[in-house]
Write a protein that binds this ligand. Structure first.
Ligand code: ZN
Ligand code: ZN
Length: 321
């Protein structure tokens, strides 16, 4: 099986004429895993395939091209392969792409999360995979996530205590996926939420998919005080809620598990909520699946992952340019 890398997130199976999260023109069939900006196609001329919710989210982010919508678990045949999308648990719409061909099977995971994000369609893995292509963003044993139940409790407690203290809680969370996950965790509080416009645009797609985001509206500088506020780190630096004097800020990211993040960001609370799997979840998944080969991309520590896999007799390589 020939597997190569092209551009930042692009992966190609040249013999099968298939690309994953790829923006070039070298392949006929391009499968898009999810609507995060660095995975979205920039070229309008190739045949793009993705899930319904990924297409809706991409369109809200300005995608003007055509795309064929595929349902999860419904096989689709190209000239040289059979393709099935499996839910990836990362953000709404996120899919892993399973390829069956005469050369064997490939699973391209994109970005994924196990256990799945509660604001996604879940996570399902095919049973047999010859080649697993996986990112390894959090690829050191220092990354071990708390359960969603514990993280949800942390998020709600921070909001409730801050409000009880007459301060405005502000959550720093990426505007697609993480922001809606935080809103979903906050919804039992039934307290009004205001979210930055870039994140607000995505929320309707989540609600159409049946995910409870609580009571929310778009950010309004005049009326935001006393609401729970959600925005990205960069918007906060650009003056978001700068009129609110009594506020407390929580940073929601897998990177929050490093104490050093606190001084870099000057926040009150670090909540290690990730939409990627942690180091141990990754190793465990490889162990359960036992592919012939694991192809590791997008990691600062390929050697560490490869060492742990080798100890478990799992063949791997670092897939990079
Ligand atoms: Zn992503
Ligand atoms: Zn990504």
């Amino acid at each position: 099986m020939n597997i190569t890398k092209a551009e930042y997130h692009g992966i190609l199976l040249p013999n099968l004429n298939i690309g994953f999260d790829y923006s070039g023109t070298e392949t006929q069939h391009t499968f898009i895993s999810h609507a995060h900006a660095d995975h979205m196609p920039r070229n309008r001329n190739s045949n793009v395939y993705c899930t319904k919710n990924t297409l809706k989210l991409m369109q809200r982010r300005g995608f003007k091209g055509e795309a064929t919508v595929l349902d999860f678990n419904e096989p689709f045949d190209t000239d040289r392969a059979r393709i099935t999308l499996f839910p990836a648990g990362h953000i709404l719409g996120s899919a892993m792409v399973y390829v069956e061909s005469e050369e064997g099977t490939v699973l391209y995971t994109g970005d994924y999360r196990t256990p799945p994000s509660p604001a996604s369609e879940g996570f399902v893995m095919p049973r047999k995979v010859d080649h697993l292509i996986t990112e390894a963003t959090f690829s050191l044993p220092i990354y071990r996530w708390d359960s969603h139940q514990e993280l949800g409790n942390k998020i709600r407690t921070f909001a409730a205590e801050t409000l009880a203290d007459n301060h405005t809680p502000v959550f720093l969370a990426y505007n697609l996926g993480k922001a809606q996950e935080v809103m979903h965790f906050l919804s039992p509080l039934n307290h009004p939420v205001q979210i930055h416009g870039a994140g607000y645009k995505m929320c309707a797609v989540y609600e159409e998919a049946g995910i409870d985001l609580g009571r929310y509206s778009t950010y309004n500088r005049e009326s935001c005080e006393g609401n729970i506020l959600i925005t990205t780190n960069s918007a906060l630096n650009n003056g978001f809620a700068s009129n609110v004097r009594k506020k407390r800020i929580a940073y929601c990211s897998g990177w929050a598990s490093r104490e050093a993040t606190r001084s870099q960001l000057t926040v009150h609370k670090l909540i290690p909520l990730s939409d990627h799997l942690d180091f141990f979840e990754l190793i465990q998944l490889c162990e359960e699946l036992r592919p012939k080969k694991v192809h590791i991309t997008h990691t600062p520590n390929a050697d560490v992952v490869r060492h742990y896999l080798k100890q478990r007799d799992i063949n791997s390589r670092f897939l990079d340019l």
